[in-house]
Design a protein around this ligand. Structure first.
Ligand code: PBG
Length: 330
């Protein structure tokens, strides 16, 4: 490339049409997965104070909102149940009750919007009294005992009509265990989205408020199973293991602070998703409320960054807002 003045990088940037032509990455509605929180009741829309614009929805309301998301072209939703603390147990047994909140939500959503992909977390934390993702004995999160529970939970969700089960628990061997359990139950077509590189992050704080696992968890943490934020080689090993065990898609989580991990993982060639987690969403809202950031612009820029880093799709609480703006050509 000749040097200045023969080369002027600004030449291609001087007009909108030219900037559009040379743009390397863009965000479309096809890239978005919308996470939602469901609660018991009828007509319930319960705001989550630490997540402006996000609410816990009863199933009837969730069905309406998902239909709207579908009409905007959003390909898939991720459903998270918020359980009454009285229903939570040491062993999280309600996770594999076919009539639990999440299974009822999945059935209702699929009945009303069959064209929308429904994704469910496979992890015990919404269902355990201690808020951990696995079975605990003497303060230790038991790996292999947890796998037994996860197999039951995944089959239960898939049988309810969930299209994609998404193990988010970070136990070893869970993808192979869940795949084998699904296949044995004649659910060969249920996809697995592995939360393959999931870090022990402080950015999950508002999510834990939303599902009520923060109170349950107290001062405990998840560092014996979620990854250390200092590691990237380990993320590649985690992802490779999950792909070898049968994951159809893999995820990196959180998102924006881990774009280097997204880049590295996407290089393995499997469909790679990123989760723009609750803390990322809330901090943008908080700064915008102060008048310090332009919400729509930081939102769009942060989502585009995932595409640039190599992600095929992004889970984002902004999904519907973005889809609305894209549909309106904004
Ligand atoms: C549960 C789970 C968490 C999130 C998704 N699934 C929280 C955690 O691991 O404690 C976080 C999502 C978010 O912060 O938006 N296994």
């Amino acid at each position: 490339m000749p040097a200045f003045p023969a080369t002027r990088m600004r030449r291609n940037r001087q007009t909108d049409w030219s900037r559009r032509l040379v743009r390397e990455n863009s965000l479309s509605v096809d890239d978005l997965i919308w996470p939602i929180f469901v609660v018991e009741g009828q007509g319930v829309v319960e705001a989550v104070p630490s997540m402006p614009g996000v609410a816990r929805l009863s199933i009837d309301v969730a069905v309406e909102r998902v239909a709207e998301a579908a009409s905007l072209g959003i390909p898939a939703v991720a459903v998270f149940p918020v359980l009454d603390p009285a229903l939570k147990t040491e062993g999280g047994e309600r996770a594999w009750d076919p009539d639990n909140l999440v299974c009822r939500a999945v059935r209702a959503i699929k009945a009303s919007s069959p064209q929308v992909g429904v994704i469910c977390d496979v992890a015990l934390d919404p269902f355990t009294s201690h808020g951990q993702d696995g079975i605990v004995r003497d303060g230790v999160i038991l790996n292999d005992e947890t796998l037994t529970a996860l197999r039951l939970q995944a089959v239960c969700q898939a049988a309810a009509g969930c299209d994609v089960v998404a193990p988010s628990d970070m136990m070893d061997g869970r993808i192979g265990a869940v795949r084998a359990a699904l296949d044995a139950a004649n659910l060969q077509n249920t996809q697995i989205l592995s939360y393959a590189a999931k870090y022990a992050s402080a950015f999950y704080g508002p999510f834990r408020d939303a599902v009520g696992s923060k109170a349950a968890l107290g001062a405990a943490d998840k560092r014996t199973y979620q990854m250390d934020p200092g590691n990237v080689q380990e993320a590649l090993r985690e992802v490779q293991l999950d792909l070898d065990e049968g994951a159809d898609m893999v995820m990196v989580k959180p998102g924006m602070p881990y774009l280097d991990v997204v880049r590295a993982v996407s290089g393995l060639g499997a469909p790679t998703f990123a989760y723009q987690v609750s803390g990322e969403y809330s901090m943008m809202h908080a700064a915008a409320q102060q008048g310090w950031l332009d919400l729509r612009r930081v939102r769009d820029e942060s989502l585009l960054a995932f595409k640039r880093a190599g992600a095929q799709a992004v889970l984002s609480y902004f999904a519907v807002d973005v889809a609305r703006d894209l549909a309106a050509g904004r």
